[in-house]
Ligand binder design. Structure first.
Ligand SMILES: Nc1nc2c(ncn2[C@@H]2O[C@H](COP(=O)(O)OP(=O)(O)OP(=O)(O)O)[C@@H](O)[C@H]2O)c(=O)[nH]1
Ligand SMILES: [Mg+2]
Ligand SMILES: [Zn+2]
Length: 335
């Protein structure tokens, strides 16, 4: 049976102690499971984490979004939005489901606070794709951010979508087109949108269908604005226009369903930098698809001016190459 796979990873004894504690019975010491314990394990439900706001967690459980607590046995565990969890059902009306296990993640998007730190923060767990939102009037800083998220997504097993938002404010449409083509060439799905004119919103909905997608981007690029258009009942707070890169309006991640598309979207707080501090320099190139597909004849080559490296700079888009070298220097400096 499928549940044998996960039962073994739960600390059964601790879990039982907790139950017994609740009932003011002496703790059980035997490793043998009581019939009651077996029944309780059979009764565990599965759920998915929808929000994590400091210590507060909400989960999608039996079709409803409800608050949940971490079981005492789970102290120190960090659940992230998108996590699949096992829960002990509430035992009375005012009780909350208790999370007793966080299941292994299929994909994970992580970042570090900056490149010098390797303490990873989970942006989203088990998402199929990340939608990187850039603002058409700040593409130069945007693409540097994008190149970092593309690496993190590739490391964590997610697909990437580029959403160039605020096309109504683009100073030059040719630049938007060029950036779009640059990323389409390396296999990224590119959408151009405007929350103001509604341009591209239907096309964006198409890429979200059937998936869990997390929105990521600098503060002020319009993630929550897009989210509210896609999920009208979301009513996320929107920042003032022109506060680009300043105050963060959204402070915690939230997943919401798009039932007509059989999809979930996750709005995340804007970040100033997407750190890749847990990456080794030799790993970076493998996550630049246009570099990974070239072979230079050397093993473990960083393609960074090594005299025998046969990769010519001209084989890669200059902005992507510059980005690669910048990232390489950043993670090397951190090492
Ligand atoms: N002109 C124009 N303004 C937009 C568009 N999308 C969003 N905005 C404006 O940009 C500002 C910031 O939008 P938000 O949705 O709060 O940005 P955010 O990415 O969620 O920001 P954080 O929550 O801080 O990460 C708001 O004033 C929006 O009205 C767009 O397509 N065109
Ligand atoms: Mg926001
Ligand atoms: Zn090389």
């Amino acid at each position: 049976m499928w549940h044998h796979l996960w039962v073994s990873r739960i600390d059964i004894e601790a879990l039982e102690d907790e139950w017994e504690e609740d009932e003011a019975l002496p703790p059980r010491r035997s490793r043998e499971l009581s019939v009651k314990a077996k029944q309780r394990i059979e009764s565990l439900g599965s759920a998915r984490v929808v929000t994590v706001d400091r210590g507060r967690i909400t989960i999608l459980y039996e079709g409803e979004v409800v608050e949940a607590t971490l079981a005492g046995t789970m102290r120190g565990t960090k659940a992230a939005v998108g996590d699949r969890v096992r829960v002990r059902p509430p035992r009375h009306e005012s009780d909350q489901p208790r999370i007793v296990e966080v299941l292994d993640r299929e994909t994970v998007l992580t970042r570090t606070p900056d490149d010098d730190l390797d303490e990873e923060r989970v942006v989203v767990a088990n998402a199929d794709q990340v939608v990187v939102v850039l603002s058409a009037d700040h593409l130069d800083t945007g693409v540097r951010f994008l190149d970092r998220v593309l690496v993190a997504a590739s490391v964590g097993g997610l697909d990437s979508v580029l959403c160039i938002n605020k096309v109504d404010l683009a100073p030059d449409d040719r630049v938007v087109a060029e950036v779009g083509e640059r990323y389409e060439t390396i296999g990224v799905d590119v959408r151009r949108t405007s929350v103001v004119t509604g341009e591209g919103i239907e096309e964006l909905r198409h890429v979200l269908a059937g998936c869990w997608s997390a929105f990521s981007g600098h503060s002020g690029v319009g993630k929550s604005s897009l989210f509210n258009l896609l999920v009208p009942e979301a009513a996320r707070e929107i920042g003032e226009l022109g506060r680009f890169g300043g105050r963060h309006t959204t402070v915690s991640s939230r997943a919401m369903p798009l039932p007509d598309l059989d999809a979930w979207v996750v709005d995340t707080p804007g970040v100033r930098s997407f750190g890749l501090g847990s990456l080794a320099p030799t790993q970076v190139g493998a996550h630049f698809p246009e570099l990974a597909s070239l072979s230079c004849g050397l093993s473990d080559c960083l393609h960074d001016g090594e005299p025998e490296c046969r990769i010519a700079d001209a084989q890669i888009h200059p902005a992507r190459l510059a980005s690669y070298r910048r990232l390489l220097a950043a993670v090397r400096g951190a090492g």
